[in-house]
Design a binder for this molecule. Sequence first.
Ligand SMILES: [Fe+2]
Ligand SMILES: [Fe+2]
Length: 135
Amino acid sequence: MPLIQWNKQLSVGIVSIDEQHKKLINMINALNDALAEGQADEVLAKIFDGLAVYTVKHFGYEEALFAQYGYEKSEMHKNEHDALIEQVVKLQQKMNDGNFIISVEVMVFLKEWLTNHILKTDMAYTKFLTAKGVT
Ligand SMILES: [Fe+2]
Ligand SMILES: [Fe+2]
């Protein structure tokens, strides 16, 4: 069973964003599978790097919509994105220094940060962006 299972509760009601969230979930699940299969650290690091890159891209997509439509909670939301990216970058740095490997604890952390952010922070823009015609 995948680490994170997509379900309707995770839908923000905007197709383009749901697709991006699904992609992030798939990447975290792929990392978890690779860990469970005992793949080499370099393989795990590569998947993790891909996840980091796509996360930045996804956050950028949301923030561009906030700017375009003047979302009132934009700053708070952006701060949360920045904090998440900072955590991921720290893990990447540690990994590059050889002081860090992907573990079950890291997978739990990734699962929690993504699902909590979607459920608490992303959900808050649904009404606003939907009203602006964003799909
Ligand atoms: Fe977000
Ligand atoms: Fe998001």
